[in-house]
Design a protein around this ligand. Structure first.
Ligand SMILES: NC(=O)c1ccc[n+]([C@@H]2O[C@H](COP(=O)([O-])OP(=O)(O)OC[C@H]3O[C@@H](n4cnc5c(N)ncnc54)[C@H](O)[C@@H]3O)[C@@H](O)[C@H]2O)c1
Ligand SMILES: [Zn+2]
Length: 327
């Protein structure tokens, strides 16, 4: 991660004609992105698909982009995921710099090199691993986020803290998170730095997610199914996925009630809606399509103690029964 702010970077971009900025309409309307070539996509998860990728390929071709050109992704997790995929595949790979503009993308989506798009009603089912050249995090972008968008990012921070770092979890428990926004830059910067470091440390140990990196999927098997079947944001879906996972851990694996309570309290503190009406039937199919599934079982992350995670191999049908039992 490079400690350089966006304003400085814009000056640099202005001098270098070899960049293409990929952003979305909302970010382009809020921020001056300088004279660099730009590709502006439609915002939202519903546009995180191959159609958008093909449109970007077309524009890159029309711009005569060459292999020494660089992509500069400025946006939330959707822009980071799509631009990352484009950079990994166009001309067999272009360098990409990530400039994440939501809290969620600053602590999670821009870090670790996973990219991709949704396909066939399933989340992130097409994608690659390719590390960005740089990630530039400027908390000033958070000033234009809504409270709900802050909650989304905080939900991923709760996830990272739950599985890797009890001291970060305690900071979140103690901190007045209502004042945590782009105006209160010192507090938010500290928390972003801790969460981003915690994620980076795990990714370094297991770049291609064959082992320990899987713990970062806490709440995601169920969360992705909720995101697609209930149409809620990624952070809210993951928060509900974490809550259901803690209930499964308590009910079926003798998990501690105290741990589940602490996670639930923190999710309530960040104003996460946790009372979604979830019909298991509706998203059982999505869980069956989860890309982390291996033949008939799935690796399911539970948190036996804050800051630690365990991966359980569970038969997919059994997992659906467990979800049904606790929802
Ligand atoms: N690759 C990974 O490792 C990884 C990790 C976590 C999440 N993700 C993905 O990230 C996505 C969610 O990311 P997200 O929550 O950032 O969603 P998003 O990219 O859809 O952004 C949310 C909204 O905020 C707007 N926005 C962006 N920056 C803004 C700013 N500074 N001010 C005001 N509005 C702004 C966007 O236009 C969009 O409307 C999901 O698709 C998820 O799968 C990927
Ligand atoms: Zn996530």
């Amino acid at each position: 991660m490079t400690p350089i702010c966006f304003d400085e970077y814009l000056k640099f971009l202005a001098d270098d004609g070899n960049y293409v900025v990929i952003t979305d309409e909302n970010v382009a309307a809020l921020y001056p992105l300088g004279p660099a070539k730009k590709i502006v996509i439609k915002p939202g998860e519903e546009h995180k698909n191959m159609q958008t990728v093909l449109e970007i390929y077309n524009q890159l071709r029309d711009m005569n982009i060459t292999r020494n050109s660089k992509i500069f992704a400025v946006g939330g997790g959707v822009v980071c995921d799509i631009a990352g995929f484009v950079a990994a595949t166009y001309l067999r790979g272009l360098n990409i710099t990530m400039m994440p503009t939501t809290l969620l993308s600053q602590v999670d989506a821009s870090i670790g090199g996973k990219n991709g798009v949704d396909f066939g009603g399933l989340k992130n089912i097409i994608g690659t691993f390719r590390q960005p050249k740089e990630i530039i995090i400027d908390p000033k972008f958070l000033r234009t986020l809504s409270p709900e968008q802050m909650t989304d990012g905080l939900a991923e921070i709760v996830k990272i803290a739950s599985v890797t770092d009890e001291s970060l979890f305690e900071i979140l428990e103690d901190e007045d998170l209502s004042s945590l926004n782009g105006e209160y830059l010192w507090g938010v910067t500290q928390i972003i730095a801790l969460a981003a470091d915690a994620k980076t440390n795990i990714v370094r140990k297991d770049v291609l997610e064959n082992g320990i990196r899987r713990i970062l999927n806490f709440g995601h098997t169920i969360g992705h199914a909720i995101e697609l079947s209930c149409g809620v944001s990624h952070g809210v879906a993951v928060a509900n996925g974490m809550l259901i996972s803690t209930k499964i851990n308590e009910r079926f694996f003798e998990g501690s009630r105290k741990v589940g309570e602490r996670i639930e309290q923190l999710l309530r503190k960040i104003n996460c809606p946790l009372d979604l009406k979830i019909s298991t039937e509706e998203f059982a199919e999505k869980i069956k399509g989860d890309k982390k599934r291996e033949s008939s079982f799935i690796r399911f992350v539970v948190v036996p103690k804050i800051g630690c995670a365990e991966i359980k191999k569970i038969n997919v049908d059994r997992l659906i029964e467990m979800i049904d039992a606790v929802c």
